[in-house]
Design a protein around this ligand. Sequence first.
Ligand code: DHB
Ligand code: FE
Length: 289
Amino acid sequence: MGAHISASVYTSHVPAIGVAIDSGKTSEPYWEPVFAGYEPSRQWIAENTPDVVVLVYNDHANAFGLDLIPTFAIGTAAHFPIADEGWGPRPIPPVVGHPPLAAHICQSVIQQDFDLAIANELPVDHGLSVPLSLLFGQPDKWPCAVIPIAVNVVQYPPPSGQRCLNLGKAIARSIKSYDDDLDIQIWGTGGMSHQLQGARAGLINAEFDNQFLDDLVANPEALAEMPHTDYVREAGSEGIELVMWLVARGAMGDLAGGKPPAVINRFYHVPASNTAVGHLILDNNPIRE
Ligand code: DHB
Ligand code: FE
């Protein structure tokens, strides 16, 4: 049947969540409600483990710096080491890539006029590893391959929401033309509202976040028109990470004439570190009457 996208997963990537998992603090009172919200997703993914996750995330000046700032980059390597973010690498397994599929997505998406940078070496930071830990826990090795798609949302200017949604559509088309029978999920990570610096540090906007979740499910084409200034004003300087969720949403079949996806889990919690934690899973192949 060829490769197919079975679901999209959306989640914040707060580094302190990784620390809580790595140091066995998930049942402490501060963290217990966060992990309880992900429990249904962990059960769901145990039964719906994909072959490959296309994981859209942002690097936080660990692999890239001010010397080189790709707007979009795809990881084509066989392995991605865990980045040392200043405290040594997290004690988690290395991330295993899928070079043949990554090369296919790369050529197909570039031929669709998206100029991805090609990363043959890419240490991956909390933006990619915390979502893996939230969904898969602490396995000896990750249960699937991962193709990182890095998006610049750290150094101005970020790509628009529309560009991100369209990238997701292009990725979906590329996966449709891959012959091997692979079950693929696409994950959009980062957000929700947070600001880590400046006069508004600590900003949280629950109303904006919940409206974003509503629109992401039901109204993604309209949501894609929101300018980056609205994200920054309403959701804080790091709230702009939410544009990455539009890449994953753009890959769902309803935007290519198929049926709307079905919500498997939706969760929102404040606070975790400095951030509002949001999480959503959309099934791309809902069985309907
Ligand atoms: C926090 C959140 C982030 O998205 C990040 O990249 C770093 C820190 C936080 O809430 O502490
Ligand atoms: Fe971040």
